[in-house]
Structures are given as C-alpha cells and as structure tokens.
Design a protein around this ligand. Structure first.
Ligand code: ZN
Length: 319
C-alpha cells in the first residue's frame, strides 16, 4: 500500500484488527489512508493476559511510528463485545470481561472504541465497498459464521452486543445438532469448517478445507451435494435476514467468499427464488478482504474521537 503524507491536520488514529492467530494494525488518517501498517502474532496459547499485553504493545508501537498526532484508537475482535468490553472470546486466550477500550485509552491517552469484527467489517464495507450503502449487512463466512449490520451508518449491536449471530439461526429445524447445543444451525451446514467436515463424513476423504471441496465441484457428486446443501442453508438464512431487516446490501466476506461466483451465482438465484413477493437486496463479495477489519476499526476510532468532544465515551471508551 502506498503511504501518503499526513493530512493537513496532522492527526491519525490507531486501528487494530485482533484475530485468533494474528493482529493487523494500522495508523490511519482522516481520509482513511494508512500512514503505517504493523502486524503481530496473537499469543493465544500463552493466555488472555499475554494477548492483551500484545495488543497494547502493537497499539503503542503504531502510535510511536506516527508522523502524525494520534487522537483516537479502536480495535475489532471476535467474541461478544458490549460497551468497549470484550465479554467473552475463547480464541483470544479465553478472554472474559476484558475492558479493551479502557486499556487502549490508558495506554495511548486518547478516546477508544471496541466492536465485534464483523460489525467493523460492515462499517468498512458500508463506507468503502463496491455498493456503498448506509445500510450494510456483512456476513463473515469463515471457520464459523458471523454477521455485522450497519443501519443508517451506525452498528446495530443489539441490547447487549449479542446481535449478528447469523451462524446460529436455525435453518433446518430437524437438522443436525450444532456445537452450540441448538438444532439445525446455519453454521453446521455452511461454515468453511463444516463444509470440509461434512464432505469428509460422506466420503471418508480428509480435506484441508472448504477450498478443497470447491475444487471438486462438477467432478465429485459428494462435493456437489455438500455444497448445494450449504448454499441452500445460506439462502434460507439470508431470506430470513432480508425479510427481517431489509438491508440495503448484503456483503459476503471470509474464507468461503474466495469461491467467488461459484458461491455468489447459485446463492443469488436461491435467495431470489425463496423471496416470492419482494426482490432480494444486492448481494456481493467483499472488495476489502482482510483489510475490512482495520479499516472498520479506523472508522470506529474516528467516531470515538469525534464523539469525545460532545458525549464522553459514547462508543464505550469507559464503562
Ligand atoms: Zn449453533
């Protein structure tokens, strides 16, 4: 990525996309351009305290790299997030009630915000995506399935940060039991991990991931059957989503979205077929890919900074 000079105001925010295996950081100016990029491994195996220390170290390193004055910070994370606190995130070394926004503020001395990673991606796609919309429903199709919804430019996070659990919408009421305990969850059929697992269960052939199943489509009836069931499950879930929240655009991201038109074409057709009396919203693939997280975090950080002058901690800088 090209590194433009700091904008006229000479200010920037620290933005971090915290994942289970690595964290991506950026120092971002008011135009959304990255002035610096730094990544680091997530030491999840060393426990939650080590992960927190690593995030704060990355934030401090980014701030030190600044040719600009840092005025805000934000992170997006997996797990459930409420008012700047990560309530629970198993793959961050078992985080429970980690007040990450407050920790970022203590480290950097600036207003800070924290949001669920899919919500951050939804913000980024709403702002920078192919089909810009102030109402964007982002679906992360990875090891699990999560969603983030931006309405009128603001994250709809639910009453306690519990919105967006698209992966656990029941799509087959008499279906298989999900790891979460419910029956027939979308994630059991259509996550990248489930597609690989279901193919192996049918054939006895171990595959590395959903990409291996996609590569067999058209030549392997078992792959075709697993894929068709996954796409149908996604269509059911997105029909429910469309009828419930009427999104301006649905954006698909995560590893499974790498299937491209192999996913998009049949999914669009099935979604259209399921919606008898209304057209589907535009449905598209993420154009931001793995940059959606830090780009969304930067938008959150600027919002936290701008809100701090009017409403203290409006986005959860403190509890
Ligand atoms: Zn479930």
């Amino acid at each position: 990525m090209a590194t433009p000079p700091p904008d006229a105001s000479g200010t920037a925010v620290v933005a971090i996309d915290l994942g289970g295996t690595s964290m991506k950081g950026a120092l971002v100016d008011a135009r959304g351009s990255a002035l610096a990029r730094l990544d680091a491994p997530t030491p999840a195996a060393e426990g939650g305290a080590a992960v927190l220390a690593a995030v704060l170290r990355l934030a401090a390193d980014l701030a030190a790299a600044a040719p600009a004055r840092v005025v805000g910070a934000a992170a997006v994370t997996p797990g459930q997030v409420y008012e700047g606190v990560v309530k629970f995130a198993a793959n961050l070394g078992g985080w429970n009630d980690v007040p990450l926004a407050r920790e970022l503020t203590a480290t950097l001395g600036v207003p800070a915000a924290v949001e669920h990673d899919a919500a951050g991606a939804a913000l980024a796609e709403a702002e920078f995506g192919e089909n810009r919309s102030s109402d964007c429903f982002f679906v992360a199709l990875g090891t699990g399935i999560g969603a983030g919804h931006v309405r009128s430019g603001v994250v709809a996070a639910g009453s306690a940060g519990g919105a967006g659990e698209l992966g656990h919408i029941p799509v087959y009421p008499d279906g298989d039991r999900c790891a979460c305990g419910q029956i027939g969850c979308l994630e059991t059929y259509a996550s990248a991990a489930s597609i690989a697992r279901r193919y192996t269960a049918r054939t006895g052939t171990v595959v590395a991931g959903s990409d291996d199943v996609v590569a067999r489509l058209g030549n392997d009836p078992a792959a075709d059957a697993v894929w068709e069931q996954a796409v149908e499950a996604l269509a059911v879930a997105l029909a429910t989503t469309t009828l419930l929240v009427d999104p301006g655009v649905i954006v698909l991201g995560g590893g499974l979205a790498r299937a491209g038109d192999t996913l998009l074409r049949p999914l669009s057709a099935r979604l259209t077929a399921r919606l008898a009396w209304r057209p589907p919203p535009p449905i598209e693939l993420s154009v931001l890919g793995t940059d959606a997280g830090w780009r969304g975090a930067a938008l959150l950080a600027w919002t936290a900074r701008n809100a701090s002058g009017r409403v203290p901690a409006a986005t959860g800088g403190t509890r």
